[in-house]
Design a protein around this ligand. Structure first.
Ligand SMILES: [Mg+2]
Length: 272
């Protein structure tokens, strides 16, 4: 999950601008965590603690306003009475990294990805994109090779992941269906985590969200370089860093039913 956060932070200063030149510094004083990180951590917190997904997202957004939320999402977050609003945006895949780390089976990953997406982004294209990202993470974590993961995702989600099409920059695209194949292809085509995120940011447009998704998937494939992990962690607010620490301990402990891992599908307090 820290790979997603690092991608968001690295991409944050280029959002909406022209693509940066190759070799840009990954971290810079203008970098900050944005809505991608807040929502990613909120989803993780809800899964870890078994708390209500919508309520947890709202609580995190209210603690961290002014992080570049989309208008419709912000209205939803500030109004407890609002239900899902049919969004097809990339908010669903951008915030779901934790799903891929807190599940071991693809079917569970798809279910939890849909659960987190559906509280706001209940358009089929947004749900599918969240599922594709979670599934790619699960498959890389268990050691599938990149060709197998790419072929499976392309077939299952009908994404064109060929680099000549997926990585042809399409301007500022906030759709789940537009962002996700590009972000996945960046992770699939790279030699390491940093190269993957540089490719994503180099597409321009919604750079923080592209790099967030790419960074999430590339972390599952390659791991996260230690200096990147340290720099990203340094950018986090304390409450977000606490969830990250809890999340990392849970992932290190292994799946539910083994050792001390709790029951992420169950309400808090009902674990073993
Ligand atoms: Mg953002």
């Amino acid at each position: 999950m820290l790979g997603a956060i690092a991608g968001d932070i690295i991409g944050s200063r280029f959002e909406g601008g022209p693509p940066p030149p190759p070799g840009f510094p990954l971290f810079h004083p203008d970098c900050r965590f944005t809505d991608d990180t807040v929502c990613t951590v909120a989803v993780a917190a809800a899964l870890l603690d078994g708390t209500d997904m919508a309520g947890t997202l709202r609580a995190f957004v209210r603690r961290h306003p002014d992080r570049g939320y989309g208008g419709m999402f912000l209205r939803w977050a500030l109004d407890d009475a609002q239900g899902p609003y049919g969004s097809w945006g990339n908010g669903a895949p951008m915030r779901g990294a934790a799903v891929g780390w807190l599940t071991e089976e693809e079917a569970d990953a798809r279910d939890l990805a849909a659960l987190q997406a559906n509280v706001t982004h209940n358009h089929p294209a947004a749900v599918a994109a969240a599922q594709a990202v979670a599934e790619a993470i699960v498959r890389f974590r268990r050691g599938d090779d990149v060709a197998a993961v790419r072929d499976h995702i392309a077939r299952t989600y009908r994404y064109d992941l060929r680099p000549e099409s997926a990585l042809a920059s399409s301007g500022f695209d906030v759709s789940a269906a537009g962002t996700t194949p590009a972000a996945l292809a960046a992770a699939f085509e790279a030699e390491d985590w940093e190269a993957a995120v540089r490719t994503a940011v180099g597409l321009g447009g919604d750079t923080d969200t592209l790099a967030c998704i790419t960074g999430a998937v590339a972390e599952a494939r390659f791991g996260l370089p230690a200096p990147v992990a340290a720099a990203a962690r340094d950018h986090l607010a304390e409450d977000l860093a606490m969830v990250l620490t809890h999340f990392e301990a849970r992932v290190a402990a292994g799946p539910p039913g083994t050792q001390a891992a709790g029951a992420m599908h169950l309400p808090s307090g009902s674990g073993p």
